[in-house]
Design a protein around this ligand. Structure first.
Ligand SMILES: *[C@@H]1O[C@H](CO)[C@@H](O)[C@H](O)[C@H]1NC(C)=O
Length: 195
């Protein structure tokens, strides 16, 4: 398996820990589990992910978020945006830690690449923040444009290493996956601009 193909699965292994926590938490709530807010609506999540390039991964990621319980399609879109934004912050923190802790072992080219990636991820983070605002005014077109900018940010980051191996190849791939989930859920929303 090449690193790119493996990336989503590396990412998933953290999620399965999350899933375990969720299942354990759910079972401890007892047997009356009928409350609407406590149930993940799998049909809705499948609907939300129907346009995703990696449908199963999109479904797993959304269903494992505790906030998906009781969420409608719009709620799922907010969740997808928040997950992408949170991951962008995580990648940003990782990159900053590399600059601080690995400075002596990374080549100057790679250090410059890491510094460039920090700028790209800071931009990606802003795009996703703006998406939250655009969602609240139902500007779905803007959400699509800005998520695509965030995806380009990850591409630029990969290209920042001047031919040397990107040190965040897998993280970029996982981030693009989360961004594609946002695009999928937004596509599944009721007719744009209506309601
Ligand atoms: C950064 O340093 C840590 C600890 O020395 C090491 O495990 C890790 O592989 C290094 N990362 C890179 C990208 O060189």
């Amino acid at each position: 398996m090449n690193p790119i193909a493996a990336a989503p699965f590396v990412f998933l292994s953290t999620l399965s820990v999350l899933q375990f926590v969720l299942v354990a938490g759910h079972e401890s709530q007892g047997t009356n589990g009928g409350s609407k807010a406590g149930v993940v609506n799998m049909n809705l999540i499948q609907q939300a992910c129907q346009h995703a390039p990696h449908k199963d991964l999109c479904i797993d990621i959304l269903k494992n978020d505790p906030n998906s319980k009781g969420a409608d399609l719009t709620g799922l879109a907010y969740i997808a945006i928040r997950l992408a934004g949170a991951y962008a912050s995580e990648v940003d923190a990782h990159l900053r830690s590399l600059l601080i802790n690995n400075a002596t072992t990374l080549s100057p080219v790679v250090q410059q690449g890491v510094a460039d990636c920090i700028e790209h991820y800071s931009d990606a983070n802003e795009q996703l923040d703006d998406c939250v605002a655009a969602m609240s005014t139902k500007n779905f077109k803007d959400v699509e444009v800005w998520v695509n900018v965030a995806i380009s940010d990850a591409d630029y980051c990969d290209d920042s290493f001047s031919g040397e191996k990107s040190v965040v190849l897998q993280k970029n791939e996982a981030f693009r996956q989360l961004c594609n989930n946002v695009l999928a859920v937004v596509k599944a929303l009721p007719p744009h601009g209506k309601e």
